[in-house]
Design a binder for this molecule. Structure first.
Ligand SMILES: [Fe+2]
Length: 290
């Protein structure tokens, strides 16, 4: 294909406070939005960690426009930072995603009344201030089959050639049972690191960094799936929900045609002592013609 594909973004969104607190991750998301807008991005397709469905397939948000979007409240963030944010939910984009998934043999139902959760609009708020491009979100499947989530990413990959940005929003090291919550609860300080991260968190962070930046093409997909069998996986992910979007992103960025792509980690920030919010970008932006 002649056209340059959009990069795939894998966000580790961290705690709710990442919505309003400045960090290298937030600045990276801001940069992604600027690069996307410079190239006239036409839509954004998310898979988020916070919406899972039962059964065999997934669901796709098809709220008919911004006025049909209800946002769930965001803990530890003042509402003025997000209540007026315009989520331009696009039923047309949702239908396009549905067809791609069905063509790949994946069950996909539209969900016109999704209540949107901070995993998506936390990131959008940085990327596209005040108002998003046309956007949809794909649910995860609650069985968390790694192959299915990679296949979902692979199915929507053609959108990368149609000026659509594909984003997974989950976590690299994200185990809420092991986070140190005292400073965020008492002082609203999400970045307090009173102690270094524990060894399991540092080690799994390094494994994730290797898996997602030292592989490309189908090897990236295999590395992403293999991490779920790593001895430290369950330490780093108390549940599978925040890892499913990582599989999705690897699926969207791991075709044979993606072999040799530059896969990078442009930003990272630790929160709550044990949570590592590593950001990944698979592929590069197309050069802008003068
Ligand atoms: Fe989350």
């Amino acid at each position: 294909m002649a056209k340059h594909p959009t990069p795939v973004i894998l966000c580790s969104h961290g705690s709710t406070m990442m919505l309003g607190e400045d960090s290298t991750a937030g600045r990276y998301w801001e940069e992604v939005g600027k690069e996307a807008m410079k190239r006239g991005i036409k839509g954004v397709v998310f898979m988020g960690a916070h919406w899972e469905v039962g059964g065999a397939g997934v669901e796709i948000a098809s709220n008919p426009g911004k006025d049909a979007v209800v946002k769930q409240p965001v803990a530890w963030v003042t509402p003025d930072k997000y209540v007026d944010y315009e989520i331009n939910a696009s039923p047309e984009l949702a239908e396009r995603v549905q067809h791609l998934l069905e063509d790949a043999g994946i069950e996909a139902k539209l969900k016109p009344d999704l209540e949107w959760i901070h995993d998506t609009f936390l990131v959008m708020n940085w990327m596209f201030p005040k108002s998003s491009p046309p956007v949809t979100v794909i649910s995860t499947n609650a069985y968390y089959d790694p192959h299915l989530h990679v296949a979902i990413g692979a199915a929507v990959r053609p959108l990368r050639f149609e000026d659509v940005l594909i984003i997974g929003t989950g976590g690299a090291v994200h185990n809420l049972y092991r986070n140190a919550w005292t400073n965020i609860i008492l002082y609203r300080d999400n970045f307090a690191q009173t102690k270094p991260p524990q060894q399991w968190a540092l080690d799994f962070r390094n494994e994730a960094l290797d898996a997602f930046t030292k592989n490309s093409g189908p090897a990236l997909r295999r590395a992403a799936m293999r991490l779920m069998r790593h001895p430290l996986f369950r330490d780093a992910h108390g549940t599978d929900d925040h890892y499913a979007p990582c599989l999705f992103a690897a699926g969207a960025a791991g075709d044979e045609d993606d072999v040799g792509t530059k896969n990078t980690s442009p930003a990272e920030v630790w929160e709550l002592e044990q949570m590592c919010n590593t950001q990944f970008q698979f592929g590069e932006w197309a050069p802008i013609k003068a």
